[in-house]
Design a protein around this ligand. Structure first.
Ligand code: ZN
Length: 91
């Protein structure tokens, strides 16, 4: 399953945050708010960090890595991105 392109309309599984990991729960990046930890990535295998489950203002979910969440900028779920890109007036 490609989580980066398919809208997540049901909440992905959330796992407990390890004691030695800083929690990003509650962190907001534009339309997304972090609601839980999705997957811990071994830093030796990937330098982009951990995956977090985020909730969009539209109610859908999205997965984001720590590195991306800490950069300011516009962000939203796939559905909102698609709507913003291909919106026709009057719908
Ligand atoms: Zn959205």
């Amino acid at each position: 399953m490609d989580h980066t392109r398919t809208p997540l309309l049901t909440r992905p599984p959330i796992r407990p945050i390890p004691a030695d990991m800083p929690s990003l729960i509650g962190l907001k990046r534009d339309q997304l708010t972090v609601i839980g930890l999705y997957a811990v990535i071994d830093p030796k295998k990937s330098k982009h960090g951990t995956w977090w489950v985020c909730r969009c203002t539209c109610g859908a979910y999205a997965l984001r890595r720590t590195q991306k969440l800490k950069k300011p900028g516009h962000d939203a779920c796939v559905r909102c991105h698609a709507a913003a890109a291909g919106q026709s007036p009057g719908t």
